[in-house]
Design a protein around this ligand. Structure first.
Ligand code: ZN
Length: 129
């Protein structure tokens, strides 16, 4: 069996927790606070408007491949109704946000045409802080 994953290097993941700035921002804020306390993730902050491919407000959590199981499992049980995109960080961000994307809740239509294929270093888990 030849596996596409065999030839793909994945540097980590982003979780994008979508929220409504007028309604559910406090939930997103709380989820980020708890997740940063429980796991050694990097927080990308809350964006109250559209940014890049994300058409609505979202909070970003950056984590490593070995944190996938605990972080995604925690979000699965604690997302409090918010929709969450989990995407890998391979060398193709368009594929990461489309064919490789994983959703908790309902998928949000992304603006894939805004993406460049490569990530800026600060969006990777092992970037200098
Ligand atoms: Zn992302």
């Amino acid at each position: 069996m030849s596996d596409a994953a065999d030839t793909i290097t994945n540097k980590g993941y982003h979780a994008h927790i979508y929220y409504d700035p007028a309604q559910t921002r406090p939930i997103a804020e709380r989820l980020c606070a708890v997740i940063a306390e429980k796991f050694e993730v990097k927080l990308g902050g809350l964006r109250d408007g559209p940014v890049g491919p994300h058409p609505v407000a979202n909070a970003q959590v950056i984590f490593t491949p070995d944190q996938f199981q605990p972080v995604v499992e925690w979000l699965m049980f604690h997302r409090e109704g918010l929709d969450v995109l989990i995407h890998p960080l391979s060398n193709d961000s368009v594929d990461d946000h489309s064919i490789y994307a994983l959703w908790l809740g309902s998928p949000v239509p992304l603006k894939l045409e805004t993406l460049r294929r490569n990530y800026r270093a600060e969006l990777l888990p092992n970037a200098e802080r």
